[in-house]
Ligand binder design. Structure first.
Ligand SMILES: [Zn+2]
Length: 583
């Protein structure tokens, strides 16, 4: 899933800038105001559900699929050669299983690929020791092995830069503060208790009611930007200031000609580090709020960003803190770093993999039920929980249905997305190409933008629903209804046979951060399952420990079985899954 930090930055931006238009707001403005009458309930026979369960538990291939994706193909950064290999391997594997129309579907252009050719990092003086670190994605290479003095840049105010001026050329520069690590009192792995699940239902209902009331009492103009005029909290002000200082530091280090930038993993401990994209030295805006305006900024995967980036790595916190403390004690540290990375500019397009079980009902086979997850990952491990898990489960769900020879009335199509980690690009582009998009007229400066309008493609009326899995290894505990009240009786009946497997909960709540939003944004039913967290936030996703060994096989089998049953029953209904009404 897309990092929460990343999302919160956008939430902050949406909060602060009047007139900010972001595709995701379509999901909130598109919330249900009324729902159509519930369609006739369809439920597969006990015999069919039992066969799905049996195939999913006794003959499961899910861990074999997962091992190939993670162990053999490895980390799958968007547009890297490994990502492409993942696209081709999943296409070929599903073809082998008997699925039809398995193919790569291009979107984009996205930007350049990046792969690591070699990397090493160690302290060499006054004593030698290795450190745990990883280059940031799309980091430039060092000029051979760099062996240089380590400097800790400590800038809190603009005036602080003066003492470093002219002193950082070819130096290895640490830019983060020491991050104290508290005693680990909470377990690394958690699962939802009955009380958690009950709270999810009541909180979801309360939030839904609030939103309903708000949408009825606000005039359309206000509803479009209900919080635009709110004040920043001290915490937000502080965060904005530290982001500005980071940006100024990036520019300063580029001008000074530092050799490598080192930052401290923002979360995690015990040698686990969390690393994503390299930072680009963007122009420092006069208005600090403009820092969030990505329309004016470069992403690390754009070719033009290369000249505005220094080689950069993220270090595990125990190692980072030690180096910072040694420098404070007056030690002179020398470090040796080698980053050799390759950019891939041959093909800037991104690719999703899709495949189908073609429907058999002459009246309904042109209609589609989709399921999927994103195949791209970050690069410091093998993207097992984020999100080879979702890919393997979605593939296993269609393998189960294909193997059992169940003849779905509608066509079942699996979509394995790329570019999710950079902003749900693969699924958003797919939805735009296939089903439609929200188009907002460009507003003149200083004026309120007009409401975005839905522009539909013919297939808009053909999609019944999309089911996504992207919250790690944890088994399915239920479904987020995404504000769609009319699906409750349908999903309730479909969860019934999986009670004994722990899946019981329906919440009207929305959940964010992943590819079902691409569908939801244009009013198509898109759902993410509720999953147990396990170690998702504490240890695995976006970390150097997102590997096969952190995956729980029984959870994967359970999830694939439930996903297969949901997809199959959606394909067999007389009518499509009811939709929310777009306001
Ligand atoms: Zn993610």
């Amino acid at each position: 899933m897309l990092k929460r930090k990343f999302l919160s930055v956008f939430a902050l931006y949406a909060l602060l800038l009047p007139g900010f238009a972001f595709a995701q707001t379509a999901s909130s403005t598109g919330s249900a105001t009324a729902t159509v009458a519930a369609p006739a309930q369809y439920q597969a026979s006990k015999e069919v559900i039992d066969r799905i369960k049996e195939e999913g538990s006794k003959n499961s291939q899910v861990m074999q699929t997962l091992s190939y994706l993670t162990d053999v193909i490895g980390g799958r950064l968007t547009n890297s050669p490994a990502m492409k290999r993942g696209n081709e391997w999943t296409r070929d594997t599903m073809t082998k299983w008997g699925l039809q129309n398995a193919k790569l579907e291009a979107w984009g252009p996205f930007g350049r690929g990046w792969s690591l050719k070699s990397f090493s990092a160690q302290i060499v003086s006054p004593q030698a020791f290795p450190i745990i670190a990883y280059p940031k994605a799309w980091s430039p290479s060092t000029k051979g092995v760099v062996t240089s003095e380590v400097v800790h840049l400590d800038v809190k105010e603009d005036a602080d830069f003066a003492k470093y001026k002219g002193k950082l050329k070819d130096k290895i520069v640490m830019i983060s503060a020491i991050r104290p690590l508290a005693e680990l009192k909470d377990p690394l792995s958690v699962r939802h208790t009955d009380a958690d699940l009950a709270k999810m239902v009541t909180d979801g209902e309360a939030a839904f009611q609030r939103q309903q009331q708000q949408s009825q009492t606000l005039r359309p103009q206000q509803a479009a930007q209900p919080q635009a005029q709110q004040q920043m909290s001290p915490e937000q002000t502080g965060r904005l200031k530290s982001l500005m200082m980071r940006l100024k530091s990036a520019n300063f280090l580029l001008e000074e000609g530092a050799a490598v930038i080192v930052d401290n993993s923002a979360i995690g401990s015990g040698g686990t580090l969390f690393v994503s994209s390299a930072s680009v030295a963007q122009e420092v805006p006069a208005n600090p709020l403009e820092i969030f305006n990505r329309r004016n900024s470069l992403s690390a995967y754009q070719k033009e960003a290369e000249a505005k980036m220094l080689p950069q790595i993220t270090m595990a916190t125990e190692d980072y803190n030690r180096l910072a403390r040694m420098l404070k004690q007056g030690e002179k540290l020398k470090m040796s770093i080698d980053i050799q990375a390759q950019y891939h500019d041959e093909d800037l397009m991104g690719y999703n993999t899709t495949a189908e079980i073609v429907g058999t009902d002459p009246k309904l086979k042109d209609e589609i039920v989709m399921l999927g997850g994103h195949m791209d990952s970050w690069h410091s491990s093998t993207g097992a929980t984020d999100n080879a898990a979702g890919v393997s489960v979605a593939m296993e769900a269609v393998r189960i249905l294909q193997t059992l020879g169940l003849k779905p009335r509608r066509t079942i199509r699996v979509g394995l997305w790329s570019g999710e980690e950079q902003g749900l690009h693969g699924s958003r582009n797919y939805v735009k190409q296939q089903f439609g998009e929200m188009v907002a007229p460009v507003a003149a400066p200083g004026t309120t933008p007009a409401r975005a309008e839905l522009v539909k493609k013919p297939a808009y009326e053909k999609l019944s629903a999309y089911y996504n899995l992207d919250n790690g290894t944890g088994k399915i505990r239920g479904v987020y209804q995404q504000g769609n009240a009319a699906v409750a009786p349908i999903f309730k009946a479909w969860l019934e046979p999986f009670k004994d497997m722990g899946a019981t909960t329906l919440t009207i709540a929305n959940t964010g951060g992943t590819d079902h939003l691409a569908f939801d944004a244009i009013g198509l039913p898109g759902f993410q399952f509720i999953q147990d967290e396990v170690e998702y936030d504490t240890r695995t996703h976006h970390s150097n420990q997102d590997n096969f060994d952190r995956i729980q096989a029984e959870d994967m089998k359970q999830a694939a079985t439930i996903m297969a049953a949901f997809v199959y029953q959606t394909a067999m209904m007389e009518e499509k899954i009811p939709r929310k009404t777009m306001r």
